[in-house]
Design a protein around this ligand. Structure first.
Ligand code: HEM
Length: 145
């Protein structure tokens, strides 16, 4: 859903750029007025779509029980080792999961893996295709450093 709204916003921005190009060269005041009205409509369309996107993403966050999703860089993620009273977080495909209360991740380790890491590659090679991740609470997403 988000993707289609984002592509609609991108298309609207592209057509706005074209309208601005047309406006630069137009001489006739009547055509100029028409182009300006078109630009105004394109701006309000984008505003509408941005509001829709905002509503959607807060709905999704609520549905995922993340009333306050976190964005952690990989460096910040390394602090969440599950040791020294820190929760145990891991990342798979840029999504951060809390494995603090997952018995398979007892002691914040799992088959030689430790919390605080991006374990996407290990997950794909050990559990690829399994729906294990749906059982894990989501904390937020990885922010690129
Ligand atoms: C080195 C690669 C891995 C191996 C060999 C491995 C192996 C296993 C095995 C044998 C189990 C079932 C036994 C148990 O419950 O302890 C298991 C469960 C589990 N693994 Fe892994 N695993 C690996 C990587 C990962 C990664 C990267 C994740 C990150 C999400 C993960 C998440 C889990 C979870 C959440 C369970 C519990 C599943 C359940 O409750 O149904 N594993 N793993």
């Amino acid at each position: 859903m988000n993707d289609s709204i984002i592509s609609m916003i991108t298309n609207s921005i592209n057509s706005m750029e074209k309208t601005i190009d047309d406006l630069i060269y137009v001489k006739d005041s009547n055509t100029k007025r028409k182009l300006i009205n078109r630009l105004k409509n394109q701006v309000s369309n984008i505003k509408l779509m941005a509001t829709e996107l905002q509503t959607l993403s807060s709905t999704i966050n609520l549905q995922m029980g993340m009333d306050n999703p976190q964005r952690l860089s990989r460096t910040e993620l390394e602090k969440y080792t599950g040791k020294d009273s820190m929760p145990a977080y891991i990342a798979v495909d840029n999504v951060i999961y809390d494995v603090s209360n997952v018995s398979a991740w007892g002691g914040a380790t799992h088959f030689g893996l430790s919390a605080g890491q991006d374990v996407t590659a290990q997950f794909n090679s050990c559990h690829g295709g399994q729906s294990i991740l749906q059982k894990l609470p989501i904390v937020g997403e990885v922010a690129n450093d």
